[in-house]
Write a protein that binds this ligand. Structure first.
Ligand SMILES: [Zn+2]
Length: 144
């Protein structure tokens, strides 16, 4: 059976937020079941021993982060659906405050990766691209 190549490019220590961002970037599926964590490769390949060790070492923090990931995905869905248009100023402010809080809890790399993944999933589900301009002329999808 093929193993993924190691996600550790060098010996730079990675925190839980960066670890989870990297797992998502590699399309590793990470799910929480109560207090346990299930990780698997999108393509069925085995995860490397190093990756599994990294996940194990960061398990409590990853479990905690997954709560914020779920909240941020929900927040982004609302944003993509409503585009926050037609809201009054205080609704927009509440929305932005919540977004700032979620991004703070996730960390910048992880928040960015969740944003990209949620936008792409929304586009697949609805055939509406959250980054295309209204006239359809330009797609502003952020680069990886
Ligand atoms: Zn687009």
């Amino acid at each position: 059976m093929c193993e993924e190549r190691s996600i550790l490019s060098d010996n730079v220590p990675m925190g839980p937020s960066q670890t989870l961002a990297l797992l998502y970037r590699r399309r590793v599926v990470v799910r929480r079941y109560g207090q346990s964590l299930r990780v698997r490769n999108w393509n069925g390949r085995s995860l490397s021993k190093q990756t599994l060790e990294l996940v194990r070492a960061n398990k409590p923090e990853i479990l905690r982060l997954l709560v914020f990931v779920a909240a941020y995905r929900g927040h982004l869905q609302r944003m993509f659906r409503r585009s926050v248009r037609g809201c009054d100023q205080s609704e927009v402010q509440t929305f932005l405050d919540r977004q700032a809080l979620l991004v703070d809890n996730l960390g910048p790399e992880l928040a960015r990766q969740v944003f990209l993944d949620a936008g792409r999933a929304y586009r697949v589900r609805t055939a509406i691209c959250p980054w295309c301009t209204e006239d359809g002329g330009t797609c502003l999808e952020p680069k990886e």
